[in-house]
Design a protein around this ligand. Structure first.
Ligand SMILES: [Zn+2]
Ligand SMILES: [Zn+2]
Length: 552
């Protein structure tokens, strides 16, 4: 039953055409496209024909309709039938039945007859799409468990599916490698959006293959961004699940993301500020784009100004914003196309610009120019601390005078995502942390152990391994005159210390002024929300964290 699927490896590109292309135009394409004589070269998974899609007229050597799944049909025609009545009427019938005409090619009479015979022989029990229910099951489980990615790791003798949930890989299921090959083939050939494929034919030997699948389940729509990679001894497929439509557009505010009241006040002030950079830093997967989206959605003046974004690529729709998507494939190419797009955009008289990420000198320079000519820029960078923004921009060629300019930076922030403990199964810190760990929390940070909990890694029926979600921990710095003076002289560490001395609250109090990302996490630990061991895992041992006394 998997015989047909195994042919994916030999698949070749076909002539794909838009559903509504007029016949006269189509004929031109058909004549130029590949002509088929070999059944093995056909790019299809199922040689079944739906009952209502028969051929008009009874000549089974002139035309053959192939059901390609997902209400897509392929039409093969003999040389003589192209443009004739049988062609026109078959075409109309396919479209009238709500099928999309995905393929229209010339084939030999022998092949057409052969296929029509196979179609009339095949009963309902012979379907090559047997992996479809399996794929659905895996996707549904992943969605139900809020997985962000599905990993398929296929090696010579074993193949395993894992889910990435709350940033941790969790074992899911094992399958035979041969089944996984069929799954990978089915994802690419049948489910992928044809235009999104990085190459036309499926192969497990490709070094890297990428495509997008639009997937619907219950009332939820998803964009699945799929990447297939060749490994030394096998291959991997990584499927990123991106919620679409109303499900994704459920707007998240700063509070939803996990910012504290004092930070939200700061953020609103920064968003309302008309010029300067708002830079959000953090490693991949630290929730930077969600914060950026919340900032852009939350701008009270968004309807009154022209806003643009350049993203790599656009993942979520943002209201009142012209979003430009740059597709990254080859690193070099994307760097030049990114800064190229930014250059074009600056001529379009924008007010606010969201620059998805600054990671090369050209983009840094263009961004700086835009700020200095009076624009507001929202952007992200890969640095570990908020103050790391200055060193990174300086290394990308932005001089210290620009960086220390009063108009240049509205704010720099850094953030991480940290696991939120399940209230049902978390365990009290008193009985579950070593006395050394307890002493650090009480002596060094002045926390009370009573409200602090640790994660129960086995979890319960309400959570995934003791975790229910992720929350943002962040530091947000609006530089003052003294800090700018230090930044001008390259003394970024001292500038950071100056900022940290503004701390006016204890570590178990909600005011975040002068508190670092780690210290925000400590506050959340004091509220029983996160595990202090998790904080140490992200930021390093807690006894090494330097506590700076506030002066205010
Ligand atoms: Zn429970
Ligand atoms: Zn639990």
């Amino acid at each position: 039953m998997f015989e047909l699927l195994s042919r994916f490896k030999k698949a070749t590109p076909t002539c794909e055409m838009a559903e509504a292309m007029p016949l006269t135009q189509a004929i031109g394409y058909i004549r130029k496209a590949e002509k088929y004589s070999d059944r093995a070269k056909l790019y299809l998974h199922r040689e079944a024909i739906s009952k209502q899609l028969g051929i008009i007229g009874n000549d089974l050597s002139q035309a053959c309709v192939l059901d390609m799944g997902q209400r897509e049909a392929g039409l093969l025609l003999s040389e003589n039938a192209v443009g004739q009545d049988v062609h026109l009427r078959t075409r109309e019938k396919i479209l009238a039945n709500g099928y999309e005409l995905k393929m229209e090619n010339i084939a030999t009479v022998a092949l057409i007859s052969d296929l029509n015979n196979a179609i009339s022989r095949s009963g309902n029990d012979e379907k090559a799409s047997d992996v479809k229910p399996l794929i659905d099951e895996i996707l549904h489980d992943a969605i139900l468990r809020s997985a962000t990615d599905i990993h398929l790791i296929c090696r010579e003798k074993t193949a395993e599916f894992k889910f990435c949930i709350f940033d941790e890989l969790i074992a899911y299921r094992f399958y035979e490698p041969s089944v996984c090959e069929q799954i990978a083939g089915y994802l690419f050939t049948v489910m992928a959006d044809a235009r999104s494929r990085s190459q036309n034919s499926f192969s497990l030997e490709s070094n890297s293959l990428s495509y997008v699948i639009l997937y619907k389940w219950r009332d939820k729509g998803f964009k699945l961004r799929v990447k297939q990679l060749k490994a030394a001894n096998g291959w991997d497929v990584v499927i990123r699940l991106l919620p679409l439509g109303s499900y994704a557009e459920k707007k998240k505010t700063f509070a939803d993301l996990g910012f504290e009241a004092s930070q939200i006040e700061q953020l609103n002030e920064i968003v309302a500020c008309k010029i300067g950079i708002m830079a959000i830093t953090g490693p991949t997967g630290s929730g930077k784009s969600s914060t950026l989206k919340a900032a852009l959605d939350g701008d009270p003046n968004k309807k009154r100004k022209k806003r643009y974004s350049i993203e790599d690529p656009v993942e979520y729709e943002i209201e009142d914003m012209t979003q430009i998507s740059i597709q990254r494939d080859d690193h070099k190419e994307s760097v030049s196309s990114f800064s190229g797009a930014l250059k074009d955009l600056l001529r379009a008289a924008p007010k606010d610009i969201m620059v998805g990420e600054i990671r090369d000198a050209d983009t840094a320079r263009l961004t700086a120019d835009a700020v200095l000519t009076g624009h507001k820029i929202f952007t992200t960078l890969h640095t570990n601390s908020a103050m790391g923004f200055y060193g990174r921009m300086n290394r990308l060629g932005i001089d210290r005078h620009t960086l220390a300019d009063k108009q240049f930076v509205a704010a720099v922030s850094a953030q991480r995502l940290i696991a939120v403990l399940c209230e049902h199964c978390r365990k009290p810190a008193k009985e579950n942390l070593s006395s050394a760990q307890q002493t650090i929390l009480t002596e060094r940070f002045g926390l009370k152990l009573d409200g602090i909990y640790v994660r129960h890694h086995d979890g319960c029926e309400c959570c995934e391994g003791g975790v229910v979600s992720q929350t943002v921990v962040a530091e947000i710095i609006q530089p003052d005159d003294e800090m700018r003076e230090l930044i001008l002289n390259g003394r970024d560490n001292e500038a950071e210390k100056h900022w940290r001395r503004k701390r006016k609250a204890r570590f178990d109090e909600p005011d975040m002024t002068g508190k670092t990302v780690l210290e925000h996490a400590l506050y959340k630990a004091s509220q029983g929300l996160v595990d202090t061991q998790e904080i140490a895992r992200i930021f390093g041992p807690l006894h090494l964290h330097e506590v700076i006394e506030g002066t205010s």
